[in-house]
Design a binder for this molecule. Structure first.
Ligand SMILES: *Cc1c(COP(=O)(O)O)cnc(C)c1O
Length: 391
């Protein structure tokens, strides 16, 4: 018995919900960055950006301190300001909605398609009007959202579409018969996270991709205090340069230590995603045909990176009880993706649109452990424990 009085399965080591995949390659890269004497945004950040742009096929990639700051700058670059409305899902990590608030704007929450946990394009079309300044879509849990009809809505209203791709590095979407990585981007910008819960990590970190040089220029200005000359340029200049501060910017810089780690993580990305896809496939086999359990749905035009593996429990089961029973066996799970409209900052807002599917998804889904190092035995334990709950 542990201090909580619960009988933990002492024989089996515990299975976490997620585990970052880093090794001595990342540690050595950080070590070198430290000894280089240049610690904040410098050559490592520039190289990380070039490699990220090459990977995603984006024209430009701008590194920032995390995905929340990435979203903030992306919305500002889209012209979102005080009193504007931005259509977005409630069913997302709260940073999605908060980034809209940072601009003084209001998130207009719309519902999801319960099959994919992603925005329902029909609901988005219904929610847009003259006051809508932008659409902020999410590739939830790494599953690409239905970009083609969503872009059609944005084009109809002549407004920018921003992709919250926090979880979606390496995810693929088929557009006009061709597969491409999320982040090219198809909207005006796409924002990525390198938090340890995502598929690759720099501890904290973010990236914004765009094909618009003017947006990229703004992002670069705003991420370092609105200063018109980067440190790297001033430092290496043979002549004295006086910088100007042309607007109220932010300090949203990534460090060279983080970027050096990120470059090594990018090299590992294909292997990490290969493992995650194999694990997701095996979950599909192990859990197939269980009465009342709904497995994730991958549309034929989408290939997830499986940042999370989400299953919907039958209504007769209590989510918290199932999660506790698994935890008692050393298996960590998480409940379905949160709904921002249920949290204090948004609870008082008028909700114009039904969010029923979002609430049901939060209350009846659980996320199962998934990480590159997960063994077949780990997975069999998770599947076995879940099956026992369903009997
Ligand atoms: C994790 C996450 C974020 C925030 O990313 P940070 O890098 O932690 O700021 C934003 N949106 C979604 C959908 C996320 O999952």
């Amino acid at each position: 018995m542990n201090v909580l009085g619960r009988d933990r399965a002492s024989a089996s080591p515990s299975i976490p919900i997620a585990k970052p995949f880093l090794d001595t390659a990342e540690a050595d890269a950080a070590h070198k960055a430290v000894l280089s004497g240049w610690l904040s945004q410098g050559q490592q950040v520039a190289a990380f950006e070039r490699e990220f742009a090459a990977l995603t096929g984006a024209g430009y990639a701008c590194a920032v301190s995390n995905c929340t700051t990435a979203l903030h700058l992306a919305l500002l670059a889209a012209g979102v300001g005080r009193g504007d409305e931005v259509v977005t899902p409630s069913h997302s990590f709260i940073a999605t909605a908060n980034s809209i608030r940072y601009c003084g704007a209001r998130p207009v929450f719309v519902d999801i398609d319960p099959a994919t946990y992603n925005l329902d394009p029909k609901c988005v079309a219904e929610a847009c009007n003259e006051r809508t300044k932008a659409i902020l879509v999410v590739h939830q849990m790494g599953m690409p959202c239905d970009l083609v009809p969503l872009l059609a809505v944005a084009n109809h209203y002549h407004i920018p579409l921003i992709e919250d791709a926090a979880c979606a590095i390496g995810s693929e979407i088929k557009i006009d018969g061709e597969w491409e990585l999320v982040g090219r981007p198809r909207g005006s910008t796409a924002c990525f996270s390198f938090h340890p819960r995502k598929v690759i990590t720099t501890g904290e970190g973010g990236m914004v991709t765009t094909s618009d040089p003017e947006i990229d220029r703004k992002l670069r200005l705003w991420r370092q205090h609105g200063m018109n000359v980067p440190d790297t340029v001033r430092h290496s200049a043979p002549t004295v340069i006086f910088e100007d501060y042309v607007s109220v910017g932010f300090n949203y810089r990534l460090t060279d230590i983080q970027a050096a780690i990120g470059r090594k993580q990018l090299e590992r990305l294909p292997a990490i995603i290969g493992r995650r896809r194999a694990i997701a496939h095996r979950y599909g086999e192990l859990l197939a045909g269980l009465e009342g359990l709904t497995l994730p749905f991958e549309p034929e035009w989408a290939r997830s990176n499986w940042q999370s593996y989400c299953v919907r429990l039958p209504d007769r089961l209590d989510q918290r009880t199932v999660m506790q029973n698994l935890l008692d066996q050393g298996i960590a799970t998480r409940r379905g993706i949160m709904c921002s409209h249920r949290e204090a900052p948004y609870r008082g807002d008028e909700q114009r649109h039904s969010l029923r599917q979002s609430e049901l998804a939060q209350d009846h889904s659980i996320l199962l452990p998934i990480y590159a190092q997960m063994t077949e035995d780990d997975q069999a334990r998770v599947a076995g424990a879940l099956m026992a709950e369903l009997r």
